[in-house]
Design a protein around this ligand. Structure first.
Ligand code: AHG
Ligand code: MN
Ligand code: MN
Ligand code: MN
Length: 335
């Protein structure tokens, strides 16, 4: 049951029953994410006024130029998640290795691991374009009472217990799933409270938006090139509209509301694509599927891929079901 004027706090309490395992803990975990997101939101909103934009002059483990807000958001999420007796480990796009959290009694009794892209679309910060945060939550698989291991983080996406994103856009929204549909909450900045504004979000079956960085067209595989040409042909509801912000969170958020397909394919320059399976593709795939859409690497369902590396990259295609299926058809034909 959801009420339109319901706050996120009330929603979490009223829907605790939907968590498969110890409900109180996972609720508290979502609560700490909503708090960290408010802190990041506050800082993002000040960008341009205080010295928080631009690069820190370091290259992160992804080989990317790390932005000041990447570092700030990473620290805020890690600190907020560490100060609760729930999380036993955190893996982040910004850290080479995972962080082990022993808990206040140093007994390694916390049950959940969190994987996070603290700031998504960070190249957009300096030009005042929407950015986001993405998170993914699993139950640990190694025994309680022992330090968390890499295998706790390398679980396939279909074992996620919750996933979500925050979009710091014209308004700030937190969208998440625990495997019972997708709900979106908008932050009222005057009150500091998120309200349920988008209950039971659903991808339209069919859409007319395609989102891909077409500047890379010459490097794309033939199947993707053929599908892009199909998007541009005049027939039925085609040509589709092209929309690409360059912030995964915002691009998928828009397509989920309006109907569309998002693609970050592999290319002759990046053999496995760009987006990270653990911090970006799996959580977004869980949300997309829970909203009735589809997410694949062009052939295989994203959430069935067996991760081999914390920072593994995979091709990513997601969105309205019929559109993703059509793209997969073109990929299969070109093989
Ligand atoms: P991040 O800022 O977390 O490193 O992610 C960047 C990602 C994603 O947000 C976006 O969709 C994509 O990179 C854009 O890449 P291109 O500039 O290559 O299109
Ligand atoms: Mn990055
Ligand atoms: Mn990202
Ligand atoms: Mn990032």
């Amino acid at each position: 049951m959801s009420r339109i004027n319901q706050s996120l706090g009330e929603f979490i309490i009223e829907n605790q029953g939907e968590f498969a395992y110890s409900s109180g803990e996972l609720s508290r975990l979502i609560n700490s994410i909503r708090l960290a997101a408010k802190m990041v939101n506050h800082e993002v909103n000040k960008a341009g006024l205080v010295d928080i934009t631009g690069s820190v002059g370091e290259i992160n483990t992804q080989g990317e130029d790390q932005q000041k807000l990447d570092v700030f958001a990473n620290n805020v999420f890690i600190q907020t998640l560490t100060n609760r007796e729930i999380v036993c480990g955190i893996a982040s796009e910004e850290n080479e290795d995972f962080i082990t959290i022993a808990g206040s009694n140093s007994d390694h009794k916390n049950k959940y691991v969190v994987l996070i892209d603290p700031l998504d679309g960070s190249s957009n910060i300096d030009v005042n374009v929407s950015v986001g945060t993405i998170f993914s939550i699993y139950r640990r698989i190694t025994p309680l009472g022992t330090p968390v291991k890499k295998e706790d983080f390398l679980q396939p996406g279909n074992l996620q217990v919750a996933a979500g994103y925050i979009v710091y856009g014209t308004s700030t929204m937190l969208v998440y799933t625990t495997g019972h549909g997708v709900n979106g909450f908008t932050l009222n900045p005057a009150l500091g409270t998120y309200y349920l504004s988008h209950p039971n979000m659903r991808f339209p079956e069919e859409g007319n938006i395609y989102s891909v960085n077409e500047g890379n067209y010459v490097h794309f595989p033939q199947g993707i090139k053929d599908y892009i040409k199909y998007c541009q042909q005049e027939e039925g509801n085609r040509p589709y509209t092209s929309r690409y912000i360059g912030s995964l969170v915002s691009d998928i958020h828009r397509n989920m509301i309006k109907g569309g397909i998002y693609m970050y394919p592999k290319s002759s320059k990046a053999a496995t694509g760009k987006l990270r399976l653990l911090y970006e593709c799996n959580p977004m795939a869980f949300i997309v599927e829970q909203a009735g859409g589809k997410a694949s690497d062009g052939e295989t369902r994203i959430m069935e891929l067996k991760p081999t590396d914390l920072h593994q990259r995979v091709p990513f295609i997601c969105g309205s079901k019929t559109m993703v299926e059509k793209a997969e058809e073109f990929i299969a034909k070109a093989k």
